[in-house]
Design a protein around this ligand. Structure first.
Ligand SMILES: C[S@@+](CC[C@H](N)C(=O)[O-])C[C@H]1O[C@@H](n2cnc3c(N)ncnc32)[C@H](O)[C@@H]1O
Length: 231
């Protein structure tokens, strides 16, 4: 009995410095700050956002045009999805993901009622967008980053789906994560911990919040070496 207890404790002690689960899968650091609850399928009403040219500005800054393959991560009601489709045109490659099955269902119904074809709807898991490899040129995360349970793991798993030369655009409010925003300094640090490099930063005034654009690293760091940022 004592030998079994000794072996079990030794295994535990050995596991923690290696930061691997029992099955040997990597364990990502947990974010050192609150994660916001999902409370809605949209940031705010689409009319106001359009009056402030939010989607237009974001798509311009990210170089969205026909031929560019785009993912709307955390699409919710699809404010970005429908505008991406209008801009890219009938042969668009657009993925719209969400973690809530009912949001995906409602978006499917919306796209059908608005006659929008060809959007690939994907039910992701909280820490994996579940997109195919090398399939995306532009990934947009609008008002969702602060709701991602483990952003280190999510952005790590997104990496394999980003094509050569891809850009990631994160739209959020400059306020604490518990108040449904992400302070830019924190975002820089968390993405930087994975090797994503900031390429642009722009407040979207008169629209709310900011857009930060990242270039993914050629190679991700080993999971064991990733350290959580302080808030
Ligand atoms: C505030 S809404 C924003 C929706 C839309 N992007 C917009 O700008 O209006 C956030 C959405 O992100 C989704 N979400 C939260 N965590 C997610 C995750 N880990 N992966 C994908 N979607 C997620 C929520 O279910 C919700 O639909």
């Amino acid at each position: 009995m004592r030998i079994i207890a000794f072996v079990a404790i030794s295994l535990c002690v050995l596991q923690f410095p290696l930061r691997e689960g029992w099955a040997g899968e990597p364990i990502f650091p947990t974010p050192n700050r609150p994660v916001a609850q999902v409370i809605s399928a949209e940031y705010s009403d689409e009319k106001t956002r359009d009056l402030h040219h939010e989607a237009e500005r974001v798509m311009d800054l990210l170089g969205v045009k026909p031929g560019v393959r785009v993912a709307d991560l955390g699409a919710g009601r699809g404010y970005y999805t429908v505008r991406l489709s209008a801009r890219i045109g009938p042969d668009a490659t657009i993925y719209a993901t969400d973690v809530k099955a009912d949001h995906i269902k409602e978006l499917r119904a919306r796209l059908k009622s608005e006659g929008i074809d060809g959007v690939k709807l994907v039910l992701g898991s909280p820490n994996d967008p579940k997109l195919p490899p090398a399939a995306i040129d532009v990934a947009i995360l609008a008002h969702v980053y602060h709701e991602i349970e483990n952003p280190y793991e999510f952005m790590y798993r997104l990496h394999r789906s980003l094509a050569l030369g891809a850009r990631v655009g994160i739209v959020d409010l400059d306020r604490p994560t518990e108040s449904h925003g992400t302070p830019p300094k924190l975002l820089r640090c968390e993405l930087g911990a994975l090797g994503y490099r900031e390429a642009a930063f722009q407040y979207l005034k008169p629209a709310d919040g900011y857009l930060m654009v990242f270039v993914p690293p050629d190679e991700l760091p080993p999971v064991k070496s990733i350290r959580a940022c302080s808030n």
